[in-house]
Design a protein around this ligand. Structure first.
Ligand code: SF4
Length: 354
């Protein structure tokens, strides 16, 4: 059946107005708030984002408040969302907008796309949702919906984006693009889900070639996800009710975050051997292992970390370094950490460590 362009956008927007979830960032056209929500949503589910978003907006009500905060404060507020480069980009962008645009979010594409962290998706999302500009956007939900509409076979990869973009530019309305773009993303989230799409209640089933040919369940073809298991030994080095915390390097995994010393258990090593080796390599001290604490398991996107946690005391004090701090349990909670380290802090609290 040939696609009736007018009716596609009309049906989608009608459905969205009747069925969209009432999410906190949908109650505003403020580009700052829309930008923050879009960045948070890039790697995190809606339900997980809501409390983070509400806390963030309370702490940083506008762009200038982000720009005037320290990197450590911004990273700490991002804790729990992962992919900390997003927080670093938000901080850098807030500083640029404050300096060059007096804290007012620019509405010209040539300005927006040069901001740190603004790829085609984020640029299009902010310009369309906040400023109602006619910018198509492709996220995982939109890619899936359009691949099914057009019966594009294969995995959901950016290789299909030129075709998807061509489709979007054809069906986008002249105005209300903020509603249209969100309607596609919402349809992908609620109806055209990756597994078991609810085609019978879909507002655009008449134009859907995958539905017509009964192949919606195999489009897109699922990606194989390989989750690696990593085992690490973690040293809780305590001295006079203070704990040794170490800052990670400025580049690489968990850049600039703080953590307890330790590292990967290599093949053939016991957890204790790995711990003594890692502490010696990283901090140049020897420690005495006092006892093992309950282990912690943390899932990250590409790996599952099994953390073997040990209470230790130092045989000698480490040299003074900017990346090492002795902190009370209360004080170290103010430092930005990966989710695994934050879980260890919760464990120490639960075990009534002071
Ligand atoms: S008919 Fe089914 S497969 Fe097609 S867009 Fe709607 S929900 Fe997705």
């Amino acid at each position: 059946m040939p696609l009736r362009i007018d009716s596609f956008a009309t049906q989608m927007m009608r459905w969205y107005r009747a069925s969209a979830r009432d999410l906190p960032w949908r109650q505003t056209n403020d580009p700052y708030k829309i930008w923050i929500s879009e960045v948070m949503l890039q790697q995190t589910t809606v339900n997980a984002v809501i409390p983070h978003y509400l806390r963030w907006i309370k702490q940083f009500p506008n762009i200038k408040s982000v720009a005037s905060s320290s990197a450590q404060t911004v990273l700490k507020s991002w804790q729990g969302l992962g992919y900390y480069s997003r927080a670093r980009n938000i901080h850098a962008t807030a500083k640029i907008i404050t300096k060059n645009f007096d804290g007012i979010f620019p509405n010209l594409k040539e300005h927006v796309r040069l901001l740190p962290g603004f790829g085609p998706y984020t640029t299009g999302a902010v310009l369309s949702i906040a400023f109602d500009q006619r910018e198509p956007i492709i996220d995982a939900n939109v890619r899936r919906v359009v691949m099914r509409q057009l019966k594009v076979l294969g995995k959901a990869l950016p290789i299909h984006d030129p075709k998807i973009l061509e489709f979007l530019l054809k069906v986008m309305p002249k105005k209300n693009n903020r509603i249209f773009n969100q309607s596609l993303m919402e349809l992908g989230a609620l109806v055209c889900r990756s597994k078991n799409p609810s085609c019978l209640i879909c507002p655009v089933k008449k134009s859907c070639l995958a539905y017509k040919h009964g192949v919606q369940d195999i489009i897109p073809q699922p990606k194989e996800i390989i989750i690696k298991n990593i085992s690490a030994a973690i040293a809780i080095i305590r001295h006079k009710n203070k704990y040794l915390l170490q800052k990670r390097p400025a580049k690489g995994l968990f850049a600039d975050l703080w953590e307890f010393p330790g590292g990967k258990i290599e093949t053939g090593e016991t957890a204790e051997q790995a711990l003594l080796r890692e502490v010696h390599e990283e901090i140049k001290i020897a420690v005495i292992i006092e006892k093992q604490l309950p282990s912690v398991i943390q899932f990250y996107t590409q790996f599952k970390a099994h953390l073997s946690v040990w209470l230790c005391r130092p045989r000698e004090m480490p040299a003074k370094r900017r990346d090492l701090k002795w902190l009370t349990l209360t004080a170290l909670k103010e430092y930005p950490m990966s989710s695994g380290s934050a879980k260890i802090v919760d464990l120490l609290t639960k075990l009534s460590f002071k």
